[in-house]
Design a protein around this ligand. Structure first.
Ligand SMILES: Cc1cc2nc3c(=O)[nH]c(=O)nc-3n(C[C@H](O)[C@H](O)[C@H](O)COP(=O)(O)OP(=O)(O)OC[C@H]3O[C@@H](n4cnc5c(N)ncnc54)[C@H](O)[C@@H]3O)c2cc1C
Length: 619
């Protein structure tokens, strides 16, 4: 119980997954219609903003397809000049705007965000099921209690997140209580289950509950796979392997020179087949693709660089790190979240969208605005301004800024910053972002899981890999208790890996699958998946599924290949080039620069970027 549980443990507790998922079923690439792309979007502030919406995706693809090169004539000059413009309104961009405001209280700052609401991957979905409001995360989920005295503790305190651990729902009803986790990740406890279906010769299917406690007894897998997986599990708990202690020590550098697949094979004696059949793509600290293409250090970097108060365990707002984004916005523009300045008030309050972008205020957030061109007026070293053009409502407008922070992520930044030096361009060419789809499935109750004696489960065929009932933090408009008869949201994280293919091909192939599969097809597959898993205990998808929201993330995870963290052939790491070298008046942020998909990296990168621009800002 007192063993240190790292961030890696949360992500990798989902130990097994289907490596062959979706292989061979890539649909022909065709543009699907808006309704089939977005599908149902839920209720509340985030209702029109599930994942990358059709509007955002089509506008962004015009950048990729160079539709704006050269810039069309007739771009309207808004006449506005800001001390700072931040491109991207995810946690990194919002944090940059807040750091800027705190450093230059009289300075003006505009955040340009292409979605209809701020937050980036930290947004939420809301359902109303049988009169109860349900909330789930769209992407970014867990928050990690900071170490006492750390920069992050100060930052969280400064925005009003100061309660660790969070308060959670209590058990209710007459059924004996079974433990529920606080995150969407199964932790392999006694009340977990593995499902084996037709892929393992089991029709209609077989459940193995408490798989680790029973040492996979009865699991229809080969003896060698069982031995290898149990060996890894036991070795992992005992931590015999020397872990990297410092970013840049010999172990971390070695790990960055090999793939995660090699490391798993060498460290735990796994066969390649076991890795590819059972561990891809969920292994790799949440990096989205096969372990064969990832740097082994991707598994460890977050825990080395971002240690936290492990004893308190990972926490989660009802809507995941949307809670963090909302707290930052409350500090930036208090009227935008008009409720009390308490965690509960900020989670519950409806967003006042009209307050985001008012002339009268120094900090502004302009949504539905896709930046398409960021160019210095004159030579970068001498120019006094950067001109930013953005698309909004079918029109192009331009604004000027004395400084710019690019927080939107590598996949758009590399296209829209004009005159980017070759070293920066080469660096961005080494960033691969894998797609992911988060499907939030609202069910009227979870008695079907309870009947199996489980609250979390994993499977190795079909769509997704795992799901878990979690008790929710009691901030926000949620029931204070939970029982097997409570409506809940079950989240499926759907990843697209093709082990064996080069990294670039894995992510492109996955994206093709993501963007060409209509909502109704995913809905059908989700219903089929749930039927395969749970019909034996009375689950009826028509009766029991109340709603499905899909969140398509075309460029979800930075997937770090070997060399990403420390460079190859004596060259600096790509992230270092961008972090250390602002381009004229333009600095670079976003979580992807560190190779760690974590909102804490987003915040730290924002802080560094604001500091780098101080000589360019004269407020
Ligand atoms: C599925 C998933 C699960 C995750 N789970 C966790 C977790 O549990 N805990 C955790 O800490 N982290 C998690 N993360 C990592 C997540 O990346 C970070 O937590 C954080 O939310 C990233 O914030 P960001 O601002 O760096 O990037 P983003 O959230 O990607 O924000 C960038 C924003 O800029 C916008 N943008 C891009 N280009 C432009 C443009 N040209 N013009 C205007 N806007 C633009 C984007 O659309 C986006 O809204 C997860 C990520 C994913 C994908």
């Amino acid at each position: 119980m007192h063993e240190r549980i790292s961030r890696r443990d949360y992500l990798n507790s989902t130990l097994l997954a289907s490596g062959s998922l979706l292989l061979g079923s890539v649909c022909p690439l065709e543009l699907i219609a808006q309704n089939d792309w977005d599908g149902y979007g839920g209720i509340g502030d985030y209702s029109g903003s599930n994942g990358n919406t059709f509007e955002v995706m089509t506008e962004a693809h015009k950048i990729r397809d160079r539709v704006f090169e050269p810039l069309p004539t007739g771009v309207a000059d808004s006449g506005e000049t800001y001390d700072c413009i931040v491109v991207g309104g995810g946690i990194s961009g919002l944090a940059a705007a807040l750091f800027f405001k705190r450093k230059y209280p009289k300075g003006t700052c505009l955040v340009l965000e292409n979605h209809a609401i701020f937050g980036g991957e930290a947004r939420r979905n809301e359902f109303l099921v049988d009169g109860q409001r349900l909330i789930a995360h769209q992407g970014s989920a867990m928050i990690f209690p900071p170490l006492a005295g750390s920069f992050l503790e100060d930052f969280y305190n400064s925005i009003g997140i100061d309660t660790w651990p969070f308060p959670y729902q209590a058990w209710s009803g007459n059924d004996p209580e079974i433990p529920l986790g606080r995150t969407p990740y199964p932790d392999g406890a006694k009340t977990s289950g593995f499902f084996f279906g037709p892929k393992f010769g089991q029709a209609p299917g077989k459940w193995v509950t408490d798989p680790w406690g029973t040492k996979l007894a009865g699991a229809p897998i080969s003896e060698s796979a069982r031995r290898e997986l149990l060996g890894m599990r036991e070795a992992g708990a005992a931590r015999p392997r020397k872990l990297p202690e410092r970013h840049g020590d010999a172990i971390s550098r070695h790990l960055d020179s090999i793939t995660l697949e090699q490391d798993l094979m060498e460290t735990y004696g796994l066969s390649r087949e076991t890795v590819r059949t059972f561990l891809s793509p969920v292994s790799g600290g949440g990096s989205g693709i096969g372990a064969d293409a990832l740097s082994a250090y991707a598994e460890y970097a977050a825990d080395v660089l971002l240690p936290w108060d492990y004893a308190k365990g990972a926490q989660m707002f009802p809507g995941g790190n949307a809670g963090v984004a909302r707290h930052i916005v409350r500090e930036l523009i208090p009227d935008a979240l008009p409720g009390p300045r308490t965690i509960e008030g900020i989670c519950k309050s409806a967003v006042n969208f009209s307050a985001l972008d008012r002339d009268s205020q120094p900090s502004r957030i302009r949504t539905r605005a896709t930046a398409i061109s960021v160019r210095h007026e004159g030579a970068p070293e001498k120019s006094e301004f950067v001109r930013i053009v953005y698309a909004r409502g079918g029109k192009l407008e331009s604004v000027r800024a004395r400084s710019v922070i690019m927080a939107g992520g590598s996949w758009t930044t590399k296209h829209i910053v004009k005159g980017l030096p070759i070293a920066h361009r080469d660096a961005y060419a080494q960033f691969y972002r894998a797609p992911c789809m988060m499907a939030n499935v609202a069910v009227r109750n979870w008695r079907f899981l309870y009947k199996l004696g489980i609250s979390e489960c994993q499977w190795f065929e079909g769509l997704g890999n795992y799901t878990a009932v979690r008790k929710m933090a009691t901030f926000g408009p949620l029931a204070p208790t939970v029982s097997p008869d409570s409506p809940v949201v079950l989240t499926l994280k759907i990843l697209f890996s093709s082990p064996g293919l080069p990294i670039g091909e894995q992510v492109t192939r996955g994206r093709a699958e993501l963007i060409s599969t209509p909502f109704r097809e995913y809905e059908r597959r989700i219903r089929e998946q749930f039927t395969m898993l749970f019909s034996s205990v009375g689950f009826d998808s028509r009766r029991d599924i109340a709603g499905i929201i899909l969140n398509r993330w075309g460029h979800a995870y930075l997937s770090a290949q070997p060399g990403f963290f420390f460079g190859t052939d004596g060259e600096p790491a790509p992230g270092e080039i961008l972090r250390n070298n602002p381009h004229g008046r333009i600095a670079f942020a976003n979580s992807d620069l560190t190779g760690i998909m974590d909102h804490r990296a987003s915040i730290l990168e924002a802080h560094r970027a604001v500091g780098q621009l101080s000589s360019r800002v004269e407020v």
